[in-house]
Every structure is written in structure tokens, then in C-alpha cells.
Design a protein around this ligand. Structure first.
Ligand code: NDP
Length: 313
């Protein structure tokens, strides 16, 4: 039986509706959450991401502000910009879009963001809060993975979860969230021996690798839940054929655009998984929804609002 498709677009929309209701409640208290997005230079991918984030703010009723220092910005200039945003009372969330140009000390910049406004959840203080199960701001993509699992009623407690990837942005916080939710967690990386055998232990398999279609059917236990975080663009027609031969809809889109998006999970996995997130339309839409969630959460934590928590938290 083919896998159940876990529709990230639909789940993200549900979350957005809940957040918009919260923003209205906050407005009744005279409070409007504010997000500042810092976009250095003109990286086309970053510009698309930032546009999506600003648009989501508009739809939900969060005030947003885009700051766009030039590509030549220095570390000192960026630090002073972030410090200014830290001091502003109308700004609840600060997001510094990565990557930053090579002359900028990105770690220093991220460390300067006030942890209470760190809506990306990358500050070591928030990393520590997550690992010690204290309230804080959780990185958006892994938080989105958990929302998909919970809202799809995938059992987590006591289950074997295997996370492939150990980045600070996705793999490690995803593993920590699963551990906090009482899964038995294994974290894999490029030095893991016999990855397929380790992955086949998983009731829940999270792929956050950055390698197109690497997770094939031999990595997956029959009936497992597979969450594909990967976002890889392919342009080579031979590679396209290897993954999507016979998929008329994809073929037409590939012909028109000259590229397509594929996750880290091979499409053949849908034949044996119990449930699977698609790419696109899986984890991706959750990332922005959780950024909105974090901005509202930061506003409430910082300004001491009594507004109720969302129903599912
Ligand atoms: P990183 O490159 O930072 O980390 C990749 C991880 O995968 C590393 O831990 C690496 O191991 C591991 N890895 C690489 N090759 C292998 C291999 N052959 N076998 C086992 N493990 C391997 O990537 P990110 O975590 O930032 O992103 C991962 C993917 O998720 C990317 O495709 C990215 O585009 C996507 N992404 C999607 C988002 C969304 O909104 N949907 C948001 C963020 C990321 P090691 O540590 O040993 O090098």
C-alpha cells in the first residue's frame, strides 16, 4: 500500500490560522508583534526566502521590517545594527538571513542577537534551553517536523527515531526535540557505519542531509514514517530521469523550468513507508509557519502577555 502523504502545506495553513487568531487577541491588548529581517546583499535564494517571510507576516498581522545592508558590510556595522534592534521595544524577533558574506564573522553576529528575540533559535542560550527542556525559542525547521508528526498523530513515545544529519540548524535540534518527546533517538552523519542498517531500525526516519534522493528503499523499514527535510535542486536531465521517469506532472514542470526540487529521500520510498512528507509541500511550508509562531511567542514572553497558548501546545 502506498504511503500516506503528510501534507505540510495544509498543516502549515492550520498553524497560520491559529497564529493569526492569537495576533488578533494580542491586538486587543494593544500589542503588535514585530519581526526584523536582516538581509545582506542580493543572494537570489535569500531574497526569495525573505520575501516569503515578509509576506507571511503581512498575512498574519505581524509587523515586519526588512533591513538590507550592502554586500560590503563589516562585522562591526552588522553588530551595531543588531544591537540597535535588540534595544528597540517594538521589535520582538530578529532574523539574520544566512549565508552572510565571507568578510563577516557570522558566529559573532548570531551571538549578539538578544536570546529573547532569537526567533531562529540558534543562540547558544536557546540551544541550552532546548537541551534542558526549559521554555525558549526552538529552531523553526525541526519545530515544524515535530508539528507534522504530532498533528498527523504519529506515535513518538518509546518509538525508534533515527535522524540522518547533525547540523546545528536541523539535525541536532530535531534529535533533541524527539528525545524530549520520549523517542529513542539515534543521530547519524557522514561517518556512520552501515547507514542503511541503522536507518532500518527507525519507526520515524528524519532525513536532513542535503543529498538528492540518497535515502532509498533499503534504508527504510516497511511502514515507517519518513520526514524528508532535504531541499535539493536538480537540473541534469539524466538525474531527473533516474528519480522521476514516468512522472508526467514532474516531467512537464521540468521541461518548462529546467529544474526541479527533490528531497533527500528517493521517490521509491513512498512504496514502502507508512507515511511520508513530500518535497515540495512537506517540511518547507512549516519553516515559515514556525517562524511566525516564534515571533508571537517571543512577543508574549518578552512583554509578559497573558494571552492563551495555542490549543495544541
Ligand atoms: P548541513 O550540510 O549543515 O548538514 C548535513 C548533514 O548531513 C551533516 O551532519 C552531514 O554529516 C550529513 N551527511 C552528509 N552526507 C552524508 C552521508 N553521505 N551520509 C550520512 N550523513 C551525511 O545541512 P543542513 O542540516 O543545513 O540541511 C540539510 C538539508 O535540509 C539540506 O538539503 C537543506 O537544503 C535542507 N533544509 C531544508 C529546510 C526547509 O525549510 N525544508 C531548512 C533547512 C535546511 P557530517 O556532520 O558528518 O558532515
Amino acid at each position: 500500500m502506498p504511503a500516506t502523504i503528510l501534507d505540510g502545506t495544509k498543516i502549515a495553513q492550520e498553524i497560520r490560522v491559529e497564529i493569526a487568531a492569537e495576533v488578533r487577541d494580542l491586538a486587543a491588548e494593544g500589542l503588535r508583534p514585530g519581526l526584523a529581517v536582516v538581509l545582506v546583499g542580493h543572494n537570489p535564494a535569500s531574497e526569495i526566502y525573505v520575501r516569503g517571510k515578509v509576506k507571511a507576516c503581512e498575512e498574519i498581522g505581524i509587523s515586519s521590517e526588512k533591513l538590507d545592508p550592502p554586500e560590503s558590510v563589516t562585522t562591526a556595522e552588522l553588530l551595531s545594527l543588531v544591537e540597535h534592534l535588540n534595544r528597540r521595544d517594538d521589535i520582538d524577533g530578529i532574523l539574520v538571513q544566512l549565508p552572510l558574506p565571507p568578510q563577516v564573522d557570522a558566529k559573532k553576529v548570531l551571538l549578539t542577537v538578544d536570546p529573547a528575540k532569537d526567533v531562529d533559535g540558534f543562540h547558544p542560550m536557546n540551544v541550552g534551553f532546548l537541551s534542558t527542556q526549559r521554555p525558549g525559542l526552538v529552531p523553526c525547521t525541526p519545530a515544524g517536523v515535530m508539528e507534522i508528526l504530532k498533528r498527523s498523530n504519529i506515535p513518538i513515545v518509546g518509538r525508534e527515531a533515527v535522524v540522518v544529519g547533525r547540523s546545528d540548524i536541523v539535525g541536532k535540534p530535531a534529535a533533541m526535540l524527539l528525545l524530549n518527546a520520549n523517542a529513542t533517538v539515534t543521530v547519524c552523519h557522514s561517518r556512520t557505519h552501515d547507514l542503511p542498517t541503522v536507518c532500518r531500525r527507525a519507526d520515524i526516519l528524519i532525513a536532513a542531509i542535503g543529498r538528492a534522493g540518497m535515502i532509498t528503499r533499503e534504508f527504510v523499514k516497511q511502514g515507517a514514517t519518513v520526514v524528508d527535510v532535504g531541499m535539493n535542486t536538480i537540473t541534469d536531465p539524466r538525474e531527473f530521469q533516474r528519480f522521476f521517469a514516468g512522472n508526467a506532472k514532474r516531467e512537464e514542470a521540468f521541461r518548462k523550468k529546467g529544474s526541479t526540487l527533490i528531497g533527500d529521500v528517493h521517490p521509491e520510498v513512498a512504496d514502502i513507508a507508512g507515511a511520508i512528507t513530500p518535497v515540495p509541500g512537506g517540511v518547507g511550508p512549516l519553516t515559515i509557519a514556525m517562524l511566525m509562531f516564534n515571533t508571537v511567542k517571543a512577543a508574549k514572553m518578552r512583554r509578559g502577555s497573558n494571552v492563551r497558548e495555542p490549543s495544541r501546545r
